[in-house]
Design a protein around this ligand. Sequence first.
Ligand code: ATP
Length: 364
Amino acid sequence: MIEVENLCKIYGSTPALQDVSFSVEPGEILGFLGPNGAGKTTTLRILSGYLPATSGTAKVAGYDVHEQSIAVRQRIGYLPENPPLYPEMTVESFLYFVARIKRVAAGDRKANVETALKKCGLWERRKSLIRKLSKGYRQRVGIAQALVHDPPVIVLDEPTVGLDPRQIIEVRNLIKSLAGDHTIVLSTHILPEVSMTCNRVTIINRGQVVATGSPETLMEELTAGSGYQLELDSAVDPEKLTVFEQIPGVRSLQYLLEPQENRTQLQIFCEPNTEPGPEIVAACVSCGFNLYEMRRTRASLEDVFLQLTTQQTTPEETVEPENIGENDSATPEVQPSPEDSQPLDEKPDTIDNNQQDDEPDSTP
Ligand SMILES: Nc1ncnc2c1ncn2[C@@H]1O[C@H](COP(=O)(O)OP(=O)(O)OP(=O)(O)O)[C@@H](O)[C@H]1O
């Protein structure tokens, strides 16, 4: 339903997208995930026919977004990050207005507006002035205007930003209820949004796609999948820790904290679909390690995201067993925690709205 190939976008001298490629199957919800400034909005605007790409191609339902932008706009519903709503109109009259400018045939408008109102849970509010609605309801109106011409594809840019937790759940459920009938691309920098809502995810960072797959596949392929955290007596000779490396299924070791006076905390990373817990315990017993605590750890999408989008997490930072044995005094690396990186739900001022902007008006 959507085919994006080698998309590049340069704003003035700022490269915003470099060779972005991905596809979306009919009925899917694709999560388009990336930190602030990664290039999500730029991609979605190009996809919706509102912004020309510098190079590359994008097709929606077989139509080229550049060459056949009218046909694309008829088949795509776009909810921008700040949807242009008209506060002095009622919900219903606004949707009639949008239906008209989206060229819905006069005879079909009533049915289309009613369907969009009902799908978005706005029927009871159809006579309300938009300015009197809560932010959550206004976001529903934004989604309804994206739906009113019944497009096969819906593109939603950060649809839950600024909503309270209850509104977020409602909007997420609304989005999920639209999948199947519609193909959806959902841009977000909020991780739970993706695992809760999307079948597949494309992670973008600094204008480049760094991973694509189902949330589960990404977790399996890009991280150790699962592992164990161990707390041992610090008297353990670091060289002896290499015993863990011999265990089938163990991929690597990492100190979690600098060894304390009386404790050593380790992370053991394992290959996907392996459970070497019993062997790890047996190794502790046979080597005489004093084991104070052992618990399972499971990789989360957040781990994948941080691994792919932060500079701190590089392969060199993983302390291989040899390294642990080679240099007892080496300062162990601490695995970056989410707190180490930029909060994911904060939006820094990375976008200069006064910078060059060559897009046409995105008013519906
Ligand atoms: N109109 C513009 N003029 C110049 N540079 C721009 C313009 N719009 C975006 N950029 C730059 O392009 C890059 C990608 O921005 P974009 O808005 O696509 O990212 P994003 O992933 O949507 O970020 P956010 O989550 O903060 O909205 C950023 O470096 C941004 O500063």
